[in-house]
Design a binder for this molecule. Structure first.
Ligand SMILES: Nc1ncnc2c1ncn2[C@@H]1O[C@H](COP(=O)(O)OP(=O)(O)O)[C@@H](O)[C@H]1O
Ligand SMILES: [Mg+2]
Length: 273
């Protein structure tokens, strides 16, 4: 990992929980976190619930402000961005969330939500944008006729396809995908993962792929970073981490991946799986 596209260095983020002063406490969501993403590659960020994954994604997107550390995108420190440079950063770094229900306006036909992304970044002429919405639907495997439907009329998988179309509308160079398949049925998960991987290889877009599931990370990532209680305990390329994990916590995650019993396994293993 050279981090030529994104380099996060020494990021620390603490939340103070609400409530009366005598009942407040501080949560160290991220402690001195450093990760990097290379152009066109996928970094899988894995860790159990509450380990700080979403907070890291949100800090990179600028939705959350870290106390210390830096986020450098394409050579520029992002906390100092403003005006056109900030709009350009937002165009180049796009989020995909767990369930786009939250990000799609329930009153709008989904095509309008995708169109909004094009309008927001003033991409193409108005006529181009109409065509591009339909192209994007096609690209994510949705019949363009779906563009006129409301989010509630779509299945979870179809909504996530719309969410991906909206993220791709601005031709981003980096996608921050936060548990993009966790809310979906298992059968649909594989379809959406394959779609994301196909799009990435076709378009050359890089991604930070956030998940609690090391089995998913193994499938989609070039590199892996393991987060444990806000600390990165292991990073490396996917093969290296999966075959020779260095940290005890990574080994625990690995053991939790359901695997079909292989030939050399004993009956004991079969019985325990
Ligand atoms: N806005 C917030 N206010 C207070 N605590 C928060 C907030 N967001 C996250 N946290 C806490 O920070 C920790 C990391 O959360 P999060 O980044 O959502 O983890 P993950 O995505 O890995 O499940 C958790 O303990 C969570 O409760
Ligand atoms: Mg999360």
């Amino acid at each position: 990992m050279t981090g030529d596209l994104l380099t996060v260095e020494g990021l620390t983020k603490t939340f103070t929980t609400g409530g009366p002063p005598w009942n407040r406490h501080r949560v160290h969501a991220l402690r001195d976190v450093s990760v990097s993403v290379d152009t066109g590659r996928t970094l899988g960020l894995v860790g159990e619930s509450g380990s700080g994954k979403s907070t890291l994604g949100r800090c990179i997107l600028g939705l959350e402000k870290a106390e210390s550390g830096s986020v450098v995108f394409d050579g520029v420190e992002t906390s100092s961005l403003s005006g056109r440079a900030l709009v350009d950063f937002r165009r180049r770094v796009q989020p995909v969330f767990q369930d786009p229900f939250g990000s799609l306006d329930p009153r709008w036909p989904v095509g309008r939500s995708v169109r909004e992304a094009l309008d927001c970044f003033a991409i193409g002429t108005p006529v181009d944008r109409e065509r591009r919405v339909l192209d994007l639907f096609d690209r994510v495997g949705l019949n363009p006729a779906f563009a006129t439907r409301l989010p509630a009329a779509l299945s979870g998988g179809q909504r996530q396809r719309v969410g991906i179309a909206a993220a791709l509308a601005s031709n981003p160079e980096l996608i921050i995908a936060d548990e993009p398949v966790s809310a979906l049925d298992v059968s649909v998960q594989a379809q959406i993962l394959n779609l994301l991987m196909d799009l990435q290889s076709d378009l050359g877009v890089a991604s930070l792929f956030i998940t609690h599931d090391l089995g998913v990370v193994e499938h989609v990532s070039d590199d892996i970073a393991v987060l444990f209680h806000g600390v990165v305990v292991e990073t490396g390329d996917t093969d290296q981490v999966m075959t020779a994990p260095q940290h005890e916590y990574t080994r625990t995650l690995l053991k939790a991946i359901p695997r079909p019993p292989s030939d050399h396994q004993t009956g004991e293993n079969h019985a325990s799986s």
